[in-house]
Design a protein around this ligand. Structure first.
Ligand code: FAD
Length: 625
């Protein structure tokens, strides 16, 4: 029988939306972003943490990884041949790169998430395909779900194999189930023997599984997480979506009935990705992760932290972007000046540097939050969106900055004696970031929906006219109203620290966000969820405020606060964000710092002079010849 909550939700939501609503993670959000939606700035989540440090094991690993990348990983060859050489796999195995986050007790390196971010940034700066190989295995492959959901026996059985270098992946997507994962048609039929459950017969047609095929009919991965509906008979896969139950299984790809085919792509051409087909494959019950029917949600939970690797890898590419831009903007002279001194180009350089600062901040804070087991469900999605969008915007600016040479291949440039900057490849490699690990579009809407949860949960009491629940819910709304409609207290006497004005900005905008949400939820109630334009705005506002608060935290840290240009770039970044909230009319002659010729000129000159070179730390810079 459905509860009143479900009954109301079902009337509004049908099909996949209803399924998504019914299987939401109902744990109360405690992270920074959920507070913003209610006008609360949980600043203690920043104040409690300093910048993460690296353990000896992590430092040692980075020192061993760097020469492997420089000496053995040739990004151009990988792009040209669409193959990562056998010697690279061997070298990665040798240094333990397939067990980065696996605890040492199981033979792994036992690195923390924030340490892993440093590794991902280094990898990302050098080669996209090998980054994907390592990341798909370590971040979303078998190890993470087994660590999170698996029992002791499963950990003992799988983790040592993975740490030694067996490769894994995560098979969720299907031809008709992309964003709409509720449409998965792969199925698992329970198998009993003598009245006892012994396993499942799994039939699946998966698409785009990274690390699965080495080539047609030959697997790279020996283990895959496969998500399938649990049914008694095949026709049940067409049940109403709300009734479907999913399981997560660890499948040995050497099992009879498994086959694969490799696909080709526009970018990250060296990835081993493709179709996976399972026909009546027997999977022992010991290989099911979590309770029957709960597998999908639990497996998706492991993607929350797994998704954080992508922003860290994007940071590597963004830093490289800044380096290439700086070099070119200084050396290329047109109209008698280095092009970086013309503020149209200089502004691109400054925007790039400010994004590096902001993304580094996000990567660091989400890393320490993940290490401390703080709630990062919304924050990891936000970091993924911001990182991938900032990177693409910066790459387009880099493209403009390099002019025609950005469109020319490195080989062709080299033949003519020019700097072989691989910009066209960097763009091709980065496009897919908008799509995988949750499309930016869907994650955006999801953040909006989850941010409103408090309003829906408490507001339901009034819709259901349940007096007791209404009494419980009243304080929530009273608090939101008083917070969001009351002005902030006056400025303290004298600025407590240099960034107080921006902290105040975050508080003001968070209150405004809560105020607007209160008004529209009163009007639309749950019907707000399908209003995607509105949801996107709320989501964007909350992400921007997270970015500003992270940047303020980062720029205040010891070791960063005294770096040249840290203050100028932070101010530039914050005022650029403010512009999104309070746009300057196009014909206004009053300029904000981010749009002011004099400010931009001086910042750009300083960047050209190498004063922000510290922002390029932690990457590989191959000789530009
Ligand atoms: C190179 C590569 C590697 C990949 N690796 C893996 C992997 O290892 N494992 C795995 O399981 N999958 C993997 N994927 C699949 C990837 O996660 C999916 O492509 C992604 O989930 C989107 O699915 P789709 O391509 O079918 O797009 P669709 O679902 O068709 O979506 C198309 C567009 O419509 C939008 N959209 C869809 N529904 C809605 C809606 N309700 N409201 C608003 N907008 C909507 C989307 O945001 C998107 O922009 C990979 C894909 C590629 C290309």
């Amino acid at each position: 029988m459905s509860t009143p909550n479900m009954a109301t939700a079902e009337k509004i939501f049908q099909g996949s939306l209803a399924a998504a609503e019914a299987s939401r993670d109902t744990k109360t959000y405690t992270g920074f972003m959920s507070g913003l939606f209610e006008g609360i700035v949980r600043r203690r989540l920043f104040a409690s943490y300093a910048l993460p440090t690296m353990s000896a094991a992590a430092t040692d690993f980075v020192e061993r990884l760097r020469p492997v990348l420089v000496e053995q990983v040739d990004p151009e060859r990988i792009d040209r041949e669409a193959e990562i050489g056998e010697e690279v796999f061997a070298a990665f195995r040798e240094i333990g790169a397939f067990g980065i986050k696996i605890p040492t007790a199981y033979g792994g390196l036992g690195l923390s998430q924030s340490e892993y971010h440093t590794v991902a940034t280094l990898l990302g700066s050098h080669d996209a395909s090998t980054t994907v190989l390592i990341s798909a295995h370590n971040s979303i492959g078998v190890a993470e779900p087994v660590k999170l959901v698996g029992n002791l026996e499963q950990k003992q059985r799988f983790l040592p194999r993975l740490a030694k270098g067996e490769i894994s992946g995560f098979a969720l997507t299907e031809k008709d189930a992309g964003c709409d994962i509720w449409d998965i048609k792969s199925y698992a039929i329970p198998v009993q023997e003598d009245g006892e459950m012994i396993g499942y017969r799994v039939t699946a047609d998966k698409l785009y599984t990274t690390n699965a095929p080495r080539r047609d009919k030959e697997f790279l991965a020996s283990l895959l997480i496969v998500i399938a509906q649990i049914v008694k008979a095949p026709h049940e896969v067409h049940r109403p979506k709300e009734e479907r139950q999913f399981g997560a299984f660890v499948v040995e790809t050497s099992s009879p009935g498994c086959s694969c085919a490799r696909l080709e792509f526009l970018g990250v051409r060296g990835i081993y990705n493709g179709e996976v087909h399972l026909r009546d494959v027997f999977v022992p019950v010991e290989n099911r992760l979590g309770e029957e029917g709960k597998g999908l949600r639990r497996a998706l939970e492991s993607l929350t932290v797994g998704r954080l690797t992508l922003p860290a890898a994007c940071l590597g590419v963004l830093k490289k972007c800044l380096w290439l831009a700086r070099v070119r903007a200084q050396s290329r002279v047109q109209y008698d000046h280095p092009i970086g001194e013309h503020t149209d180009i200089g502004s691109k350089l400054v925007a790039m540097a400010s994004r590096v600062l902001a993304l580094e901040a996000l990567v660091k804070i989400t890393g320490v939050w993940a290490d401390a087991k703080q709630d990062v469900r919304l924050e990891s999605a936000a970091a993924k969106i911001l990182a991938t969008e900032w990177l693409l915007e910066s790459l387009l600016d880099l493209f403009r900055l390099y002019g025609g040479r950005a469109f020319e291949t490195p080989d062709s440039l080299r033949l003519r004696g020019e700097i072989p900057a691989p910009i066209e490849r960097m763009i091709r490699d980065s496009l897919i970031n908008l799509i995988w690990e949750g499309t930016n579009g869907i994650l955006n809407l999801w953040i909006g929906r989850e941010g409103l949860e408090g309003y829906f949960k408490q507001g339901q009491a009034f819709l259901d006219m349940q007096v007791k629940a209404m009494l419980h819910a009243t304080p929530f709304f009273v608090k939101v109203v008083s917070r969001s409609f009351n002005g902030l207290p006056a400025y303290k006497n004298g600025a407590a620290h240099p960034y107080e004005a921006w902290e105040r900005f975050v508080e003001e905008k968070s209150r405004e966000l809560a105020r607007k949400i209160l008004l529209v939820t009163a009007r639309h109630r749950r019907r707000l969820v399908p209003k995607q334009m509105l949801m996107r705005r709320f989501s964007k506002a909350s992400m921007h405020l997270l970015a500003v608060e992270s940047a303020l935290w980062y720029a205040s840290q010891q070791g960063i606060n005294d770096r040249p240009l840290a203050h100028g770039l932070l101010t530039y970044f914050c005022s650029r964000v403010k512009e999104d909230f309070e746009p300057t009319p196009l014909l206004s002659t009053r300029t904000s710092c981010w749009d002011d010729d004099t400010t931009v000129y001086h910042l750009a000159k300083d960047i050209l002079a190498g004063k922000a070179e510290w922002l390029e730390d932690g990457i590989i810079k191959m000789p530009l010849a």
